[in-house]
Design a protein around this ligand. Structure first.
Ligand SMILES: Nc1nc2c(ncn2[C@@H]2O[C@H](COP(=O)(O)OP(=O)(O)OP(=O)(O)O)[C@@H](O)[C@H]2O)c(=O)[nH]1
Ligand SMILES: [Mg+2]
Length: 439
């Protein structure tokens, strides 16, 4: 996700970091590269123009502040302006009825389920219902998803209008005292009057606290054209960007706020119900600038690993003290945390390196067996593992010496990577991550 931008920007900004001093020419050259990268990533042209203008003005006007260093303050300016472009503050979802609208196939139904799951995990009371009367299968799709995540699905007899379904669902939601009633709506290939009228009447009936526009990031900027029409008709309160895990260049995430005046509130990052993340402009900016997203990573880890254990593990990783015991723990938690490449992509500097790194989750089982066949001493200090120990471990785990070697080699590589991170400027400290550019 967002690798394209983070790769390009990382390169341009890396040169600034390495420079001994910062000249006006360098500022201009860097901004030119930034501009090209943003345009190539499909960010709206006007957004790019304003962004670059703001950064340049600040950089020159503040006379390249000497503290902490001109380079750092230039990078800080870029970071701060990027956060602004992405919407500034993270915005919460107001309690009440949440209407999800958008074109066909953008991920509305899936997102209703993801959002329900996300809110339920936060300990909130959620119910869902579908007003998509066009396709009978659409209702069934949501009903099944709701069952899967254990959230009530309100269903009614056939033949009701979308507004009537919504009205009855709201009645039930009130009776049951839910915090959020999430309503799915029908999508259309193109905007048409009939759909807009249906949505408008739906809105008047339930007076939603949120009208979220579901936009497919893969569609790039064209997704925003339709959003503007929806906004005029309905008054959107936010955007949910789906398919951010795809190979979209992600530019649309940067264009939403400027183009619509409302913020991205969530992003979909996969097909599973767990694959939804709240949108934090500062964290996304850090990811884009190739600084990774340690906060999100730690939150994910905390969900899967008991809190203090997560903290210890994260600290160990950052301090570069990471032994095979820790690797074993990680392997065991990974199942709860989702695909490893996604997780590693959130670590600073790793995202762009991941392309060459193939992670096969099936290998985990074998790796786990191999580590389990080692003694505690061996896990803490793998250096002592000689040939005869390798043979014993291979036998114990039902594998071969070459597979034991593979695990050891991979562990060494991981350690190297972690060491590199540690040496990098910009690895924030635990538990609260202060400004990313300070070393
Ligand atoms: N990779 C990926 N796929 C997604 C994401 N969100 C939705 N999808 C997929 O997109 C497809 C369409 O999703 P739906 O939720 O049915 O879309 P919809 O907007 O409800 O479609 P209509 O009701 O026909 O308008 C499904 O195959 C989903 O699995 C996402 O964040 N990432
Ligand atoms: Mg649908």
């Amino acid at each position: 996700m967002l690798e394209f931008l983070s790769e390009k920007l990382g390169r341009a900004l890396g040169r600034v970091k390495d420079a001994r001093k910062l000249t006006e020419k360098q500022v201009n050259d860097t901004l030119r590269e930034v501009r090209t990268a943003l345009i190539e990533a499909d960010v709206d042209y006007e957004v790019v123009k304003t962004f670059v203008k703001r950064v340049r003005e600040r950089a020159l006007q503040e006379d390249l502040r000497q503290s902490p260093s001109p380079q750092d303050s230039f990078l800080i300016t870029i970071y701060e302006e990027l956060v602004q472009t992405l919407g500034g503050q993270k915005e919460d979802l107001k309690k009440g009825v949440v209407l999800l609208v958008g074109l066909q196939g953008t991920g509305k139904t899936t997102s209703v389920a993801k959002l329900a799951y996300y809110l339920k995990e936060q300990g909130l009371k959620v119910a869902v219902s579908s007003t998509d009367i066009r396709r009978p299968a659409a209702m069934l799709q949501l009903q099944k998803l709701a069952e899967k995540i254990g959230v009530p699905y309100y269903s009614f007899e056939e033949g009701l209008t979308a507004s009537e379904i919504a009205r009855r669902a709201l009645e039930m939601a009130r009776k049951e005292g839910v915090d959020y009633l999430l309503l799915d709506t029908a999508g259309r290939l193109h905007i048409d009057q009939e759909l807009m009228e249906e949505l408008r009447s739906l809105k008047e009936t339930v007076k939603p606290s949120e009208v979220l526009y579901v936009a497919d990031a893969m569609q790039g900027q064209s997704a925003l054209g339709a959003a503007k029409t929806f906004h005029e008709f309905l008054g959107l309160t936010g955007v949910l960007l789906t398919k951010m895990d795809g190979d979209a260049r992600g530019g649309v995430a940067l264009s939403v706020k400027e183009a619509l005046g409302v913020s991205v509130k969530f992003m979909g990052v996969g097909e599973r119900v767990e694959d939804l993340e709240p949108f934090y402009p500062d964290r996304v900016a850090q990811r884009i600038l190739g600084l990774g997203d340690i906060q999100t990573l730690v939150e994910k880890a905390q969900k899967a690993i008991p809190e203090d254990e997560a903290q210890t593990l994260a600290l160990k990783v950052l301090k570069g003290e990471f032994d095979l015991e820790d690797l074993l723990k990680q392997i065991r938690f990974i199942k709860n945390m989702g695909p490893l490449d996604k997780l590693l992509g959130m670590l600073p500097g790793i995202g762009s390196q991941l392309k060459g790194l193939k992670i096969e989750e099936k290998k985990f089982k074998k790796t786990e067996a191999i580590i389990l066949s080692m003694t505690k001493q061996e896990r803490r200090n793998p250096k002592i593992i000689n040939m005869s120990r390798k043979q014993r471990i291979a036998k114990g785990s039902g594998t071969t010496v070459s597979e034991v070697n593979r695990v050891l080699k991979e562990y060494e590589e991981m350690k190297k990577m972690i060491k590199k991170l540690k040496g990098m400027k910009g690895v924030p400290q635990l538990p609260r991550f202060p400004f990313p550019f300070k070393g």
